[in-house]
Design a binder for this molecule. Structure first.
Ligand code: ASP
Ligand code: MG
Length: 447
């Protein structure tokens, strides 16, 4: 079997769902399981509706109801589907009414609320498959074995799900049924709806693929795969043919938008290949993510990512050189205040770290200044090169030549001994220029 996951833009309207059906039809022999996101920007619209209810007491599901009803019309579905959709829209309206009355929006309520997006999209899409003569069954993730902890808004699946998912799905596949499952959502043991976090339906797909020992997990997006750089910064960016799980995860973590950093984890463990494809351009080969190292690449760089809104913290020990426990003390402070550190570079007496600019550092500053002198520099960006560290000298030399020529100062550099990423910090205002220069150096013209 295979898993095919389609994101919000791949199922954004009736026309897009017709394309999806064509793509799935080609793969029917491989026994696909479908995982869908909410249609288009429905998740955002649901959250906006919740905010409006909680803050202004306004109840409006017009945008959400409008899109789904229009899609039913576009797909020329029979009135039967309306009987399935109407009760969901009614339940959603009631929930918003409840939110408006109590003027409170907890993560638990939010998860319940956003779940309607995926629940609506699988029902409409499955109904359309049935019209085409493809036997399809819409399923809420909890009916497909997804049981999670009660960590609302970022739930983790419980171990028992791993056995349940194939137990439920295998008989359906044997009966030639196409399961169409909601991504993103689950239920806890008490039956409360949870979500795996924004963008979580990629992970729903890789979980199913790993649990069912699928031949492959296909993740269908609106770009041609993982690209050599963000196309909004570098119009010449092109798809990467293949990447390892680790490279893909690092890229996602350091700013590439295509896959969620956690999405690869289930398949990385099981060794299931992940194929990133474009539902708007299905003939493009896409990017294949595997555990084995790909063939020798002409360029030492696989892709370039950048992440903005980064704060650089320079910490210099006030004690003597050779003091033990300095690192431990510094990281204990970050840990105590729940601050996640991204990049780290150290010398005998100093540590430089980067953090996301969302963190407020005021509360932890006193604790740090007890052990060190601290300097905080805001408005920085991380530029990351994912590549072949066996060629790191060449890579660094060429990368810094590019920066030097453009007058861009690299303010901190980090490279793990066996890792695939080399990162450095630049001023936020120079990040795009650095990425463009590096792309030109490593991917455009003769390499
Ligand atoms: N619909 C959810 C979101 O927009 C989950 C997903 O698309 O992966 O975050
Ligand atoms: Mg979405």
């Amino acid at each position: 079997m295979i898993v095919m996951k389609f994101g919000g833009s791949s199922v954004a309207n009736g026309e897009r769902i017709r394309y999806v059906a064509e793509i799935v039809r080609q793969e029917l022999k491989r026994k696909p399981v479908l995982v869908l996101s909410a249609m288009g920007d429905t998740t955002d619209h649901l959250l906006e509706a919740a905010d409006a209810a909680a803050t202004a007491g306004t109840i409006s599901i017009d945008k959400i109801a409008g899109l789904h009803i229009k899609t039913i019309r576009e797909l020329e579905l029979s009135s039967e589907i309306q009987k399935v959709i109407d009760p969901l829209l009614e339940e959603l309206r009631n929930l918003l009414l409840g939110i408006a009355m109590i003027k409170e929006l907890t993560n638990r309520t939010k998860d319940y609320l956003v779940s309607f997006g995926e629940r609506l999209s699988v029902r409409i899409t499955a109904a359309y498959f049935n019209v085409l003569g493809i036997k399809a069954q819409a399923m809420d993730a909890w009916d497909a074995g997804f049981i999670s902890d009660s960590n609302f808004s970022s739930a983790e699946l419980l171990k028992e799900s791993w056995d349940r998912i194939p137990q439920i799905l295998n008989p359906l596949l044997e009966a030639d049924v196409l399961p169409v499952i909601t991504g993103f959502i689950a239920k806890d043991r008490d039956g409360k709806i949870t979500t795996l976090g924004r963008g979580g339906s990629d992970r729903s797909a890789t979980i199913i693929a790993a649990a069912c020992k699928a031949e492959e997990a296909q993740v269908w997006k609106d770009v041609d795969g993982i690209l050599t750089a963000d196309p909004r910064i570098v119009p010449q960016a092109r798809p990467v043919e293949s990447a390892t799980y680790e490279e893909a995860a690092e890229l996602a973590y350091f700013g590439a938008q295509v896959l969620h950093p956690w999405a690869m984890r289930p398949c990385m463990k099981s060794g299931t290949p992940v194929l990133v494809k474009n539902s708007y351009n299905p003939n493009a080969p896409g990017t294949r993510i595997l555990s084995s190292v790909r063939a020798e690449n002409p360029s030492p760089v696989l892709a370039i990512a950048s992440r903005r809104n980064v704060t650089l913290v320079d910490i210099v020990s006030t004690r003597m050189v050779g003091q033990s426990g300095f690192l431990e003390k510094v990281f204990a402070v970050f840990s105590k205040y729940g601050v996640s550190v991204d990049m780290v570079a150290t010398s005998e007496v100093s540590i430089s770290v980067t953090l996301d600019s969302v963190y407020n550092l005021e509360p932890l500053k006193p604790a740090l200044t007890e052990i060190a002198t601290v300097e905080v520099k805001t408005s920085r960006a991380i530029v990351t090169l994912i590549g072949d560290v066996r060629r790191s000298s060449e890579l660094l030399q060429r990368a810094f030549q590019v920066c030097h020529q453009a007058g861009i100062q690299a303010q901190m550099v980090s490279q793990g001994a066996s890792k695939v990423n080399i990162s450095f910090i630049v001023n936020d205002t120079q990040a795009a220029e650095a990425v463009r220069g590096l792309h030109k150096e490593f991917f455009e013209g003769s390499i």
